[in-house]
Design a protein around this ligand. Structure first.
Ligand code: ZN
Length: 68
């Protein structure tokens, strides 16, 4: 899942990030510009986990995301 640039960007070059893996408390991101990759916290993008982490966790677990 791509990270909206207004929510967050690469710590190295400010390029666009893509979330590649979600774990129970972290997400792995990769930069589309410089290929830097690192882990961030579940609410690293200031969205309270609602926009990225929870939907990705639901997707990973194969359950529908209800928004609750
Ligand atoms: Zn970068």
């Amino acid at each position: 899942m791509l990270v909206d640039l207004k929510d967050g960007s690469c710590r190295s070059c400010n390029g666009q990030l893509e979330i590649t893996v979600v774990d129970d408390a972290t997400m792995s991101v990769v930069c589309l510009e410089c290929s830097d990759n690192y882990d961030v916290e579940s609410d690293a993008f200031g969205d309270g986990c609602m926009k990225y982490f929870f939907p990705l966790m639901a997707q990973r677990d194969g359950i529908g995301f209800t928004g609750e």
